[in-house]
Ligand binder design. Structure first.
Ligand code: SF4
Ligand code: SF4
Ligand code: SF4
Length: 198
């Protein structure tokens, strides 16, 4: 297909793509990235510069390095875009950001919590030893060689529980899908820390 034949990306496509995510921070990131990839034409400064700056700030929240200042900056950028953008596309982008930014999820990301388990910096996969039958199915699907353990054999004892090596795990989630015992869980790193303290 040539560029001439390519179907232009519409704002409804941008919204649909964002709504594939559950986490409002991820939704905001996808929205702004999709908007920047095509519908944003660059004709006016508040929308073009604002969108690029908002993307930088939202990425920080997703990768775990965000701060209160980033949230305030995104709110300010979106506020300016809402009034000063030359067309509805910029205003709609601002509206989407403003609707999401006051959700608890934005604040939670500053404490390392992604309730929807979509921001991988805040999650990890763990094997619950009490549920694990040491069948090894998870190990077979893990392409990153991140699961340690020896498959259980009849009439033998002395097995250590299966374990996920966090340094190797790329958080692809394939092991969860195949475990027949539901012995693998995706947990929030900070929630786990609080549980340990308690
Ligand atoms: S508000 Fe409209 S005209 Fe201005 S840069 Fe954004 S898309 Fe282009
Ligand atoms: S697939 Fe589940 S039950 Fe089997 S070894 Fe892995 S965690 Fe344990
Ligand atoms: S999430 Fe992916 S990389 Fe991590 S242990 Fe499971 S299969 Fe391996």
């Amino acid at each position: 297909m040539t560029d001439k034949e390519k179907t232009p990306v519409k704002m409804k496509d941008v919204l649909a793509k964002a709504e594939e995510k559950n986490c409002p921070v991820q939704q905001s990131l996808v929205f702004i990235e999709e908007f920047l990839s095509e519908p944003m034409c660059g004709r006016c400064f508040p929308c073009s510069m604002g969108s690029y700056e908002a993307r930088i700030r939202i990425r920080k929240l997703v990768d775990g390095s965000g701060s209160d200042e980033d949230i305030s900056a995104i709110r300010e950028i979106a506020g300016t875009m809402a009034v000063a953008s030359m067309c509805k596309k910029g205003k709609d982008t601002a509206k989407f950001l403003l609707e999401n930014i006051d959700s608890d999820d934005f604040k939670n990301h500053l404490s390392g919590i992604c309730e929807n388990r979509e921001c991988v910096e805040y999650i990890k996969y763990v094997i619950i030893p009490e549920k694990c039958t040491m069948c090894g199915v998870c190990q077979d699907v893990c392409r990153d060689n991140a699961i340690l353990g020896e498959k259980i054999k009849p009439f033998m004892s002395g097995y250590a529980p299966f374990e996920i090596v966090q340094k190797r795990c790329t958080k692809c989630g394939e092991c969860i899908k195949v475990c027949p015992e539901e012995a693998i869980e995706c947990v929030s790193i900070s929630v786990e820390k609080e549980e340990v303290k308690a």
